[in-house]
Ligand binder design. Structure first.
Ligand SMILES: Cc1cc2nc3c(=O)[nH]c(=O)nc-3n(C[C@H](O)[C@H](O)[C@H](O)COP(=O)(O)O)c2cc1C
Length: 206
């Protein structure tokens, strides 16, 4: 556990205190904390337990600089101790569908997953099922931000980048889709307080 969080924050505290941070303390990420944040994000739910998300963790300064260039020069990319690139790989998910079956369900479960995935996605093109995979990866992206905050870290979610360039930098296949880039570290600025629509503005009760 780190200096800014002597205990994990409650989920309410994590949500209340998360805000986009674009200036970070210049110290490397604690490797155990990083591992734990990724583990917690991996506990996100997904349809059929597909777990389409994949994480690329970039700490190498030269690769961060390339990601920054691919992000229209946004300085929080190179300035963060780490950048977690969250993407979905639906083709890998499809190829390895059996791996998503709960072990408690045995061989029958594995065969069931294969049948389910082939039936649902076999007839779709790569782009179509890639979109579905991305909708699952977005859930993990949200979990990741809150897991980070819960352990005393700060982040800024980002979609302001050129996907093709990020694929090139990380040597990722063309079919992967990005949930976002997530620069992560300890806050070196306060960020902005929340400004949101009221619940009434965005909610209809039936
Ligand atoms: C999907 C997504 C993409 C975003 N892309 C960027 C970005 O490229 N650069 C940036 O500085 N902030 C980006 N943001 C941060 C938003 O501006 C920020 O979340 C929003 O203004 C609310 O502020 P808060 O995060 O401090 O609560 C993005 C946020 C989300 C959720």
């Amino acid at each position: 556990m780190t200096a800014t969080a002597t205990r994990p924050l409650s989920i309410t505290e994590a949500i209340e205190t998360r805000r986009s941070i674009r200036k970070f303390v210049q110290e490397p990420m604690n490797a155990d904390d990083l591992q734990e944040i990724l583990r917690l994000a991996s506990l996100a739910p997904s349809a059929w337990n597909a777990q389409t998300w994949r994480f690329a963790v970039v700490q190498d300064p030269a690769i961060k600089a390339e990601l920054q260039a691919a992000s229209y020069g946004q300085p929080q990319v190179g300035g963060a101790p780490a950048v977690i690139v969250v993407y979905s790989d639906m083709e890998d998910t499809l190829k390895t569908a059996e791996d998503t079956a709960h072990p408690g369900m045995g061989e029958e479960g594995r065969a069931g997953q294969r049948k389910t995935f082939d039936g649902a996605f076999g007839g779709q093109d790569v782009a179509q099922r890639g979109q579905w995979g991305l909708s699952q990866a977005n859930i993990a992206f949200g979990f990741l931000m809150l897991a980070a905050r819960g352990l005393g870290y700060d982040t800024v979610p980002m979609l302001g980048f050129q996907a093709d360039k990020v694929r090139e930098v990380l040597n990722l296949p063309e079919h992967v889709q990005f949930a976002g880039l997530l620069p992560i570290g300890k806050r070196a600025e306060d960020g902005h307080t929340h400004y949101r629509h009221s619940v009434e503005r965005v909610t209809t009760f039936y």
